[in-house]
Design a protein around this ligand. Structure first.
Ligand SMILES: Cc1cc2nc3c(=O)[nH]c(=O)nc-3n(C[C@H](O)[C@H](O)[C@H](O)COP(=O)(O)OP(=O)(O)OC[C@H]3O[C@@H](n4cnc5c(N)ncnc54)[C@H](O)[C@@H]3O)c2cc1C
Length: 389
């Protein structure tokens, strides 16, 4: 087991954190690992898993108690994400549901919206998704084409979204749309759309190179009638809201990278201690020792920065630039670490039943989603030049 710290961690320090960590580990062993292979074949996890996670209090843990959460600070949610990622589990999109969808509703929802959706999300009775990306645009979100035409008491929504995490199993999606198209009031807004609404349909889950148990899919809207009361925030505020909330989303993806890199190093320490070549453990070669020392250094340095980011988010003080930096740098680090760790497994590293093979395939997308790493660098450089250009 890789020691958590060469320097003492600044987060997850309380008794309650330790108890939660143990609880998550037990949950993974009992409820996820035995079924993971089957879920990979089916392209999705079971609904039962979501309900069990809800019963265990693993969903929406930092939502206020009156909305079904445990009222804890963000670091508890971060711990769950890190621990799940450490085990190489990528099927259940708990992180997206609890750490992205729920905060949007908490921060911008009406009292009725919060009461309607958050307690049910915390129980795992409904599964949340967020739908921004369209077939013709991902990075360039401002050019999205899905329209929401004002029809008095409701919007009529037409268009489609793609690559939606939890999409196939989702009951509730936050959908970015263009309201009042073709008028002076045109702008991007967010709607809470229920999958049961007439005209709402889903594609089959994509066959991806990794994250095989994650039900990523397309969503289609054919004149879906969405009541006006399902507007999240105000009309034309959608882009501003997304930019604000994306900081948390990007930090979460960075935390997943920390957990993932840690898991990869742990797997490789074990493997190289057991596997022999030339009458000695692979761990006996200086190359192995140096590679794992380098990987651990990269991990530890990122972990320290990320711990600071978690503490800042606890206080609602994390900047968009810091979150972008954490996201691109941690996910790049994760890719490098997993690649080196796979190499140390030799041929077995390429075989699916070895966790490192899954980790290799699963981690690749982290440099693409939640805003590509190129877009992260764009955002950081904008900040750097702010007062100069
Ligand atoms: C498994 C998976 C899960 C996802 N989950 C979700 C989800 O739940 N919800 C959701 O809304 N979306 C989701 N996405 C979509 C994801 O966020 C987008 O794929 C991503 O933002 C990139 O958009 P794109 O695919 O359209 O690529 P494009 O925007 O077409 O980019 C293609 C390439 O061009 C580069 N590029 C684009 N603009 C610039 C620029 N200005 N400067 C330099 N380079 C640039 C990009 O970095 C990239 O390398 C998911 C994607 C995947 C694969």
């Amino acid at each position: 087991m890789l020691k958590d710290v060469l320097i003492k961690r600044k987060v997850y320090t309380s008794e309650e954190h330790l108890m939660l960590k143990q609880g998550v580990q037990d949950f993974i062993k009992a409820e996820i690992l035995p079924h993971n292979e089957k879920w990979e074949e089916e392209g999705m996890v079971s609904r039962e898993l979501w309900k069990k996670a809800g019963e265990m209090g693993l969903l929406c843990i930092d939502m206020p108690i009156e909305y079904g959460g445990a009222g804890l600070e963000f670091s508890y949610s971060a711990l769950i994400v890190e621990e799940i990622s450490k085990h190489g589990i990528t099927g259940p999109g708990f992180f997206l549901h609890s750490d992205i969808v729920a905060p949007y509703i908490l921060h911008y929802g009406t009292e009725k919206q919060k009461k309607n959706y958050l307690p049910a999300m915390a129980k795992g009775d409904i599964i949340g998704a967020i739908a921004m990306t369209e077939p013709s645009c991902g990075s360039d979100l401002r050019s999205l084409k899905t329209t929401a035409v004002d029809k008095g008491d409701h919007y009529e929504v037409t268009g489609s979204k793609t690559f939606i995490t939890n999409g196939y199993m989702s009951d509730l999606s936050i959908v970015a749309v263009r309201t009042n198209p073709g008028t002076d009031e045109e702008g991007i807004s967010l709607l809470l759309m229920e999958s049961s609404m007439e005209g709402f349909s889903k594609g089959t889950p994509f066959k991806k190179i990794g994250m095989k148990a994650q039900d990523t899919c397309e969503l289609f809207f054919d004149k879906v009638k969405v009541p006006k009361e399902n507007l999240l925030g105000e009309e034309k505020m959608g882009f501003k809201i997304m930019m604000k909330e994306l900081a948390r989303e990007r930090l979460i993806v960075a935390i997943m990278a920390i957990g993932g890199a840690k898991g990869a190093i742990e797997q490789t320490l074990k493997y190289t201690a057991e596997r022999t070549a030339f009458k000695q453990p692979i761990a006996g070669f200086q190359n192995t020792q140096f590679k794992l020392a380098e990987a651990t250094a990269k991990l530890q340095i990122h972990q320290s920065f990320l711990d600071d980011c978690i503490l800042l988010l606890n206080k609602h003080e994390l900047s968009a630039e810091a979150a972008s930096l954490a996201k691109f740098s941690a996910t790049d680090m994760h890719s490098q670490v997993v690649d080196e760790c796979l190499q140390l497994h030799g041929g077995y590293g390429y075989i699916w039943e070895y966790p490192i093979a899954r980790m290799y395939a699963d981690n690749r997308v982290a440099r693409i989603y939640a805003g590509t790493n190129e877009i992260m660098k764009l955002l950081i450089s904008r900040g750097l030049y702010k007062d100069l250009l």
